[in-house]
Design a protein around this ligand. Structure first.
Ligand SMILES: [Zn+2]
Ligand SMILES: [Zn+2]
Ligand SMILES: [Zn+2]
Ligand SMILES: [Zn+2]
Length: 278
């Protein structure tokens, strides 16, 4: 088996730390989906010829195997699933202090939850990435005074934020006690403006969970939006969201006035609550 000779990148970091990891005998790339290259997760699917893919790829490919065009997505590859369960790896953030070990199939899930995973700064044109706690300090010092980045709030108390509605806008709300950054984004589409709120942090237990209430009054129309769980993300998504957004219809915000498009600033009242942890 060629893989036996093939030292994985994990084992080269330091044998002693990884004594309990079975992964050092395997080429870990063999455990990634050959199509999207993400680590395979618990369900692995195969076509009749034995080509494998993850379930996300099967959906995207509309169940047609990219290698042989036979249907894929109905037969599970249980042998590979067992291998995936048996291969225990160390967290990729071990070098930053994470001591967790888990089966390779749980790698993606753990990375989302790992307190040591790096989070990217939500400021425009900033490339900084760090632990979520360091990110708060970075943001506070480096982006102090920048437009839209000076909102601070307290959990349970609403705060008014204002968007001028240029092509794409985001503002950052700072919470000082827990040291967290919440980003409110507006995405302008032809039929409306999508508003989202997210917390820049891993989905770790110690970060906590939050709900959010947004309200706005535009042209005497009162709109409210209640999000039961604010998304915790490690990097800002700049794509128009497909879920978990408030939609403010265009006709209220934009109107044609003697040939010119008149825009109204969008004022939102935002209240973020910290959910009780059981
Ligand atoms: Zn895939
Ligand atoms: Zn195939
Ligand atoms: Zn970890
Ligand atoms: Zn930054």
């Amino acid at each position: 088996m060629a893989g036996l000779e093939n030292q994985s990148s994990l084992s080269s970091i330091g044998e002693n730390n990884y004594n309990n990891c079975s992964a050092k005998f395997l080429d870990l790339e063999a455990l990634d989906c050959p199509i999207c290259t993400d680590p395979l997760t618990t369900t692995i699917l195969q076509c009749e010829n034995g080509h494998i893919a993850c379930s996300t790829c099967c959906n995207k490919l509309r169940n047609k195997c990219p290698s042989c065009a036979l249907p894929i997505g109905h037969i599970r590859c249980r042998a590979m699933e067992r291998v995936l369960e048996a291969v225990i790896v160390q967290c990729p953030n071990a070098k930053f202090g994470c001591t967790q070990k888990f089966s390779y199939g749980k790698k993606l899930t753990h990375e989302k939850e790992c307190t040591f995973s790096l989070c990217s700064c939500p400021a425009r044109n900033c490339n900084y990435a760090g632990y979520f706690k360091d990110l708060f300090t970075h943001f506070f010092i480096i982006h102090y005074g920048e437009t839209g980045y000076n909102y601070q709030f307290i959990f349970g108390k609403s705060l008014e934020v204002c968007f001028e509605l240029n092509d794409y806008t985001s503002i950052v709300m700072k919470e000082y006690i827990d040291g967290l950054l919440f980003v409110v984004q507006c995405f302008i589409e032809s039929y409306g403006v999508y508003v989202t709120v997210s917390c820049i942090a891993p989905s770790a237990l110690e970060v906590g969970e939050f709900s959010c209430h947004i309200s706005t009054v535009v042209e005497k129309y009162n709109m409210t939006f209640e999000s039961p769980k604010v998304k915790r993300i490690r990097k800002l998504n700049l794509q128009t969201p497909k879920e978990d957004f408030m939609l403010v219809p265009s006709y209220l915000l934009f109107e044609h006035q003697s040939g010119n498009l008149k825009r109204q600033a969008l004022k939102l009242r935002i209240c973020i609550n910290k959910l009780n942890q059981e």
